[in-house]
Design a protein around this ligand. Structure first.
Ligand SMILES: Cc1ncc(COP(=O)(O)O)c(C=O)c1O
Length: 400
């Protein structure tokens, strides 16, 4: 890989008054985790440890939160959809979300009140699967739209949960607009995992739902991380996690780096422009990192990232592929992680920066050294098994 393949920029924004910090408080994180713990499928996901790789690459610790184990859905996204739908139910029942558990939302007297609802959403795969999974548990309908680049396998995974899912002719952001108009025409709730002006309440619930994975991570770590690397599509997940880390660690917040595909780097472009506006990327957004193939930043996510993230990075597909291969082939004594294209992107970036002397200026910029303790989140497993095998077995998207 050549130095010019990677773009990195420090956070120059001056967001001193973020609006959404309180939504990602330590107590909210604990409340969300307690809610998810009430699910019969709940199990804490592993925090993989890679001591041999850390030694080889010259840092103290590398930990990877493995969300492929989440609820049997092979990705973290079910955390957001389930928590948002529970909030929606809390509103219908006129109770506080803190009073709701899995048992309460699936009680017959509750599901009876929901039976005419259809939840609508757009997804590259993982979020829609989470919405379909939750809808199935409640016995309600889900209508799921997917961008044109979506794979058949991801479509079938959603259909298998009983949702009415289809691949559209749109890119991700236009598919979201389409879902919004279908929802409005029919009076159905839009459960979208990105926010824009005028549509922030439901996405804020979805983002709060993501907190369970970072609460589990900080609870499992003996020593706080010095560096956290997070992937971004619209920036909702990374925004929620970043907001929580700022609340949890305060002055001792780790250095947070946001990683995006270069074909869909709307957060990077927004950070680079630094003009107080959100900047979009248009076109097909054709990257192998399907979960990150989003061209329009999430307003709430950007509020958190502009306030608390430290660096923004844009990477080519073969960096994510490299991350997948390294996690699939651990050094002796290290844990094994099955990580998909979007899951492995920040880890691939980390390995490239630490392992390639051409990237030494980036290593220095990030302050990575033998005292660094790094946390990455592998947000998905092999959600597209065919593609996973082509990359990990056949060496598709080689490092050049
Ligand atoms: C596996 C995976 N990782 C990360 C993300 C990024 O989340 P966000 O769009 O909130 O930035 C997604 C989004 O769909 C995803 O599916």
């Amino acid at each position: 890989m050549k130095r010019e393949d990677l773009k990195i920029i420090g956070n120059k924004t001056d967001n001193k008054n973020p609006k959404w910090t309180g939504a990602f408080s330590v107590s909210k994180g604990e409340e969300v985790l307690q809610f998810h713990q009430s699910f019969p499928e709940y199990e804490e996901t592993p925090l993989a440890n890679l001591p041999a790789l850390a030694q080889k690459l010259g840092v103290q610790e590398i930990r990877v939160k493995d969300e492929s184990y989440r609820f049997g859905l092979n990705a973290f996204k079910g955390l957001g959809g389930s928590y948002a739908i529970a909030n929606y139910i809390a509103d219908i029942l006129d109770v506080s979300i803190s009073e709701l558990s899995y048992e309460k939302i699936t009680a017959p007297e509750v599901t009876e009140k929901l039976k005419d609802i259809t939840f609508v959403t757009t997804t590259d795969g993982n979020h829609g699967r989470g919405i379909a999974w939750t809808a199935k548990k409640l016995g309600v309908k889900a209508k799921v739209f997917m961008p044109k680049v979506s794979t058949q396998e991801r479509l079938e995974n959603i259909r298998a949960l009983g949702a009415d899912a289809e691949i559209t002719t749109f890119n991700y952001d236009d598919a979201v607009r389409h879902a919004k108009s279908v929802a409005e025409e029919n009076g159905w709730p839009l459960m979208q995992d990105t926010a824009w002006e005028g549509y922030e309440e439901i996405p804020s619930w979805i983002m709060q739902g993501y907190l369970s994975m970072i609460v589990e991570s900080v609870n499992a770590l003996n020593t706080p991380p010095t560096h956290v690397f997070l992937q971004a599509g619209v920036g909702a997940m990374s925004g929620a996690v970043t907001g929580f880390l700022a609340n949890y660690y305060g002055d001792k917040k780790p250095i947070i780096t946001i990683v995006e595909p270069d074909k869909a780097d709307c957060i990077y472009c927004t950070a680079a422009a630094n003009d107080g506006e959100l900047h979009s990327v248009e076109g097909d957004l054709d990257t192998i990192m399907a979960g990150l193939a989003c061209g329009e930043p999430c307003t709430i996510g950007w509020d958190m990232l502009s306030a608390y993230a430290d660096f923004f990075v844009s990477i080519p597909d073969n960096i994510a592929a490299k991350g997948m291969r390294i996690l699939a082939n651990p050094l002796e004594g290290d844990d094994h992680v099955v990580s998909g294209e979007s899951g492995a992107a920040p880890f691939g970036f980390l390995c490239e920066v630490l392992g390639n002397p051409e990237m030494s200026d980036i290593k220095e910029m990030l302050g990575l050294d033998s005292h660094s303790r790094v946390l990455c989140i592998s947000t998905e497993g092999d959600t597209d098994k065919e593609s996973y095998r082509r990359i990990v077995w056949d060496g598709e998207y080689p490092s050049v």
